[in-house]
Ligand binder design. Sequence first.
Ligand code: 6PG
Length: 250
Amino acid sequence: MPPIVTIRVFESCNELARSAAERIAGLAAEAVDRRGRFVVALAGGTTPRHTYERLAAVPLRDVVPWADVHVCWGDERMVPPTDEASNYRMAHEALLKYVPVPASQVHRVPTGCGAPERVARTYAATLHDVFASTEGNVPSFDLVLLGMGADGHTASLFPHSAALDEREQLVVAPPELVQGVRRITLTPPVLQHAREVMVLAAGAEKAAALRAVLDGPDAPHAYPAQLLRQAHGAVTWFVSHPAKEFTRCT
Ligand code: 6PG
C-alpha cells in the first residue's frame, strides 16, 4: 500500500523550521501518550538544524516529554563527535544540550570505534537493543527525520550507491567518500518502516530534485529520496516554495 504523502509548502525557511518543530513535538507527545516513548532518528544538515533550534526553545521545549525520548541518527559522518562535520555534534549544539533527554537514551553512532563497517554493525546492534528486536526484524522508528540534497540524496544514501539496494542490513557504511569522509547510514528498509518520515527540503537549489523525487518517473538510483515511495507509514514533506527563488537557509 503506498504511503500517505503530505506536501507542505512554506514561503520561508523560518516558517518551515517552525512548523516542522511543531510537528515533531506533536508526534513526540502522541507517541509517549500511546506507546510510552518516542524513538526518533535525526538528520544532519542546515535545514534540520534550524528545526532543532526551535525545538530547543520555548514553547516547544516545554511541550516535548524529553524523559521518554530516544534519539538516534539516520546517518553520520565518520568523524569524532567533537568534529564540526559531526551530525551528533550539530544536534547536541542545536538541541540536546538544552533539553533533558537522559544520556542513556542518546544513541550516538559510535564513530571512532573502529572501521566504518564495524561502526555500522555496532550501530545496527544498538538499534536492535533500543527496539528489543532481533536480527531479521526491521525496527519501526516513531519518526525518521530526513533532509534532502540538491542531488536527491537523503540520509547518506547518495545517487548510484550500492547502499540503495541494501535490503537486509539496518545500517551500512557505503564505500564512497563524501567531501573526503566515509559515511554511516540507515538503509532503505529502516527509512521505509518508520511510522512517519518527515523530509525537510528548503532552498531553490533543490527545486529540480524535488520535482524529480515527488513527480518524476521512478528512478531511485538517480534520486534516492524516491525510495520513500515505498514507505509503509506517512511521509510528510516540508518544502520551501520550489517556484520561488529562495536563498539557502543560513
Ligand atoms: C548529512 C545529512 C544530509 C542532509 C541533506 C540536506 O549528513 O549531510 O543527513 O542527508 O540532511 O544533505 O542538508 P541541507 O539541509 O544542509 O541542505
